[in-house]
Design a protein around this ligand. Structure first.
Ligand code: KG4
Ligand code: ZN
Length: 334
């Protein structure tokens, strides 16, 4: 089965083609970073308009890359949520309409399920069950995963998501947009000994997170030391990474599992990957993550997740599905 995947939930238009036998055949992406940079964050209306412009040419480009024609497509997967309503509607309308015109089934994919399954596109994919740490711009969640669609939420952020905390802190430090990767790069030049930031909520039982206080801590430090951007960036990154690692360790202990998966934009962070390698090695386990380009939003993860669901006979009636809010534990298992 060959599936076209379309991702438009936020500020990236991603398209991919996935084949049951041959794996990923093509993927194309347009990032709107330059479009939103002057506003210091995503402007939803501009995001929707840009998706409208980009989606069809990217779909044509993916078909060309794979040497396929539209008649070769057996199903369409589009991101149906969570995300920005206008942005979601673009991908959902295009995906649903193409499937209708081509006479093939369509399925609305949960964006975070896409992230969670992205490591399945790598050469050594994780086997079920595992603990997943989903760290993106909108979500920070620890999930016990026993199969596709079998997700038990173990903990989540009570305020800012990890990526959001990176972005807001970077903005306060005057580092530009998108903050996560810029702050991480600057942190490599920082002195890890100069400042020590708190590790929020680690002294309490449970697996929830809170990152908004760290941002204030960074701001206060910056006011006192306006020339210490790199050192602050390093202290902030260490605090986030440490906190995530402590909770991952707790989640592995609680579930008795040894496999850990990290996915979502922040899983591209080098220091986080290193820390979780050390952690899982110490526990006799293993950590899995997608290649950097599939950590952040992309069409490949949507094509993969949708393909799994379509293969199992799941598809939507002829209606355009877009759900800005959509709890992941409400998904059906395969
Ligand atoms: O998964 P994603 O592309 O979009 C959402 O679904 O939200 O994640 C984007 C987030 C942004 O907050 C971005 O700053 C963060 O991931 N990010 C990083 C890094 N690369 C992307 N954060 C820390 N270090 C990185 N290297
Ligand atoms: Zn995402």
């Amino acid at each position: 089965m060959r599936v076209l995947g379309i991702e438009t939930s936020c500020d990236e238009t991603g398209v991919a083609l996935y084949d049951s036998e041959r794996g990923l055949l093509a993927h194309t992406l347009h990032s709107q970073v330059a479009l939103h940079a002057e506003y210091g964050g995503v402007v939803p209306e501009l995001a929707s308009r840009d998706h409208v412009q980009r989606a069809l040419p990217l779909i044509q480009m993916a078909l060309d890359q794979a040497g396929l024609d539209k008649s070769d497509i057996d199903g369409v997967a589009y991101t149906a949520g969570p995300g920005l309503m206008g942005a979601l509607l673009v991908g959902a309308s295009i995906g649903r309409s193409l499937a209708w015109a081509w006479g093939v089934p369509a399925v609305g994919v949960h964006h975070m399920e896409g992230h969670l399954l992205a490591p399945m596109l790598e050469e050594t994919p994780p086997e079920f069950p595992f603990v997943a740490l989903l760290v993106s711009g909108g979500h920070t969640q620890l999930v016990e995963v026993t199969g596709i669609g079998q997700y038990q939420l173990l903990g989540e952020s009570l305020d800012d998501a990890a990526g959001e905390a990176f972005d807001k802190t970077a903005k306060m430090l005057g580092l530009g947009y998108p903050g996560g990767p810029i702050l991480a790069k600057l942190a490599t030049q920082g002195d890890p000994e100069r400042f020590t930031f708190p590790r929020p909520m680690v002294d309490r039982p449970g697996l929830d997170f809170s990152f908004s206080g760290l941002k204030t801590f960074a701001l206060n430090t910056f006011h006192k030391h306006p020339d210490a951007q790199a050192d602050i960036a390093r202290a902030f990154e260490d605090a986030v990474v440490d906190t995530l690692a402590i909770k991952c360790k707790r989640a592995l202990k609680q579930t008795g599992l040894k496999r850990l998966v990290i996915a979502g934009g922040v899983s591209a962070n080098t220091r986080l990957r290193e820390k979780l390698h050390q952690l899982t090695a110490g526990l006799g386990g293993e950590v899995y993550y997608p290649r950097p380009e599939f950590c952040t939003d992309n069409g490949a993860m949507i094509a993969y997740a949708g393909h799994q669901r379509l293969l199992h006979g799941q598809h939507e009636p002829i209606a355009i599905k877009a759900q800005p809010r959509w709890p992941m534990d409400s998904l059906t298992s395969l």
